[in-house]
Write a protein of this length. Structure first.
Length: 450
């Protein structure tokens, strides 16, 4: 458990704890499912498993006998058999042209009988790798596109299809790097690759993709099937659903930030975000699954006030919450805090949100446009400016929600909330933290961060 990223993000299809337990019991063989933990987590897991197996019973690696069997179930539905088909409709830009960001309003059409979801849920999307990257990898391998190879899931497929649909090629597994090392004809290349596979600091770039490795180590040319089967399976990516089925019927809306950046003289593309933003045509089928939210739900009573803090793509589930509260005529007050770099180009869903303010659905909308002035202004600064109001909403039983970036935003917003609670409630820092922990335990402080 200590090796996991501790975010409970669900990308591995478990929670951190249930993934750790499933590995420890020997029920889960894949040690590289933790996306935020990356290689550091998978290496630590390999070390642990190697040290404690073979022959170790679960008890030998410290699993409490009392762990209930239900706690070990992956979050359903996840297995590929449970993926259903949605149809891509559009990926409309939400930022103006001059923006540095490219966030899309993605609309998918779904059969409502099959794609049942509630607000707060996420959608898992099975994407395909960029065709340019796949073509470049095949060229380096020097194999025919239709050469039969074993995919990471154990099924035989033509090379191009296997690389496109089933392999994680942006983050080659340590096992795949070991295969390259073992087949490198040049001894120096083999040694460097082996050091990289073992995580030796500075051996090579930690973020090399498969093409970087094939180009950087030209003597390493394993038989394609051996290399492909050693790669990790391409995991679906999760997106917070940005719509309420009560408002949009057979549609699912997502708010997707396209990941594109330049590294080592090559443009890099996030697999799923650019698949959804750039590579689909209207009507094209996409395989997906609904991941039900565990702890990210509207309050049971429609009268309860809610405070939603959602900078950037964190706006997604709050658009769904607002649609839902509008559809059911919920009388509870709604306060949204949104942030992004610039008002004139990054105010996602500006028209909708301003209309909700005019209609009274949004009791309050605070914006933090971080780069519109000399110093940064973030969501937590806006909350601090309104600390007495926040405290009074909490006193009225408001539920507090945070969605978006986990690494910086959610952590700093939480620190800001603790400061406000301490200031307004006259509490010491430890008591303010305990207050937030109590709110969370009561289901009144919920986070969906990634
Ligand atoms: C519960 C949940 C909900 C989510 N909801 C949303 C949502 O509503 N909207 C949304 O957009 N995303 C959301 N995400 C994130 C989403 O799942 C993907 O992680 C994201 O879209 C990137 O996936 P990708 O396949 O496009 O990129 P990948 O191919 O996975 O690449 C991403 C990786 O690229 C690297 N990278 C990215 N930028 C840079 C850079 N500038 N320099 C160097 N390296 C870089 C990082 O290592 C990063 O991990 C959510 C995640 C979770 C777990
Ligand atoms: N590199 C990429 O191409 C790319 C693309 C999409 C998403 N992502 C990653 O995906 C995540 C979500 O991206 P996103 O588009 O939803 O928005 P985001 O990058 O999280 O930014 C949303 C807003 O939050 C602000 N912010 C930054 N640090 C903050 C903090 N500590 N506290 C409060 N607010 C803070 C940002 O300000 P400033 O940016 O002005 O500091 C911005 O105004 C981020 O981790 C992001 O790095 C990366």
């Amino acid at each position: 458990m200590a090796a996991m990223a501790q975010t409970d993000c669900g990308q591995c299809s478990y929670l951190c704890r249930t993934y750790a337990e499933a590995i420890a019991r020997g029920e889960e063989k894949s040690l590289s499912r933790c996306v935020p933990g990356g290689k550091a987590t998978s290496r630590k897991l390999r070390e642990l498993v190697a040290a404690l197996r073979p022959g170790s019973a679960a008890g030998a690696i410290g699993i409490p006998a009392a762990v209930p069997a239900t706690a070990l179930q992956p979050i359903p539905p996840h297995s590929p058999g449970e993926l259903f088909e949605v149809r891509f409709c559009e990926a409309r830009p939400l930022n103006r042209r001059e923006s540095e960001k490219d966030t899309r309003h993605v609309v998918l059409a779904a059969d409502p009988g099959e794609a049942k979801y509630e607000v707060g849920d996420s959608l898992g999307v099975a994407a395909r790798n960029s065709p340019e990257l796949v073509t470049a990898v095949i060229a380096c391998l020097g194999a025919p596109r239709d050469a039969p190879v074993l995919s990471p899931d154990g099924t035989e497929r033509p090379l191009e299809q296997a690389l496109s649909e089933t392999c994680e090629i942006r983050r080659p597994s340590d096992q795949a790097i070991e295969v390259l090392a073992s087949r490198a004809l040049d001894r120096n290349e083999s040694l460097v690759l082996q050091a990289m596979a073992e995580g030796y600091p500075g051996a090579g770039p930690e973020d090399a993709d498969l093409l970087d490795l094939l180009q950087g180590f030209p003597s390493a040319r394993p038989p394609p099937s051996e290399l492909i089967s050693a790669l990790d399976p391409l995991q679906p990516r999760l997106y917070s659903i940005a719509s309420s089925p009560k408002q949009v019927g057979g549609e699912i809306h997502l708010t997707v930030a396209a990941v594109r950046y330049q590294k080592r003289a090559r443009r890099r593309l996030g697999v799923a975000s650019t698949f959804l933003s750039d590579r689909l045509v209207p009507g094209e089928p996409v395989r997906a699954f609904v991941r039900p939210a565990r702890d990210f739900r509207l309050p049971p009573s429609p009268d309860t006030p809610i405070i939603m803090i959602g900078p950037g793509t964190g706006i997604a589930p709050f658009r769904a919450f607002l649609q839902e509260r509008c559809a059911v005529g919920a009388p509870g007050r709604n306060w949204l805090v949104f942030g992004n770099p610039h008002r004139d180009r990054d105010f996602l869903f500006e028209d909708e949100l301003l209309a909700y303010c005019r209609d009274g659905l949004l009791t309050r909308l605070d914006t933090a446009f971080s780069r519109d002035q000399d110093g940064k202004i973030y969501a937590q600064h806006r909350l601090l400016e309104s600390a007495p109001d926040l405290w009074s909403w909490l006193a009225d039983g408001a539920h507090l929600y945070v969605c978006g970036d986990a690494q910086r935003m959610a952590r700093d917003v939480e620190a800001g909330l603790a400061y406000i609670v301490g200031k307004e409630g006259g509490m010491e820092p430890a008591a303010a933290k305990a207050y937030l922990a109590r709110l969370a335990a009561e289901g009144r402080y919920q986070k969906d961060v990634y």
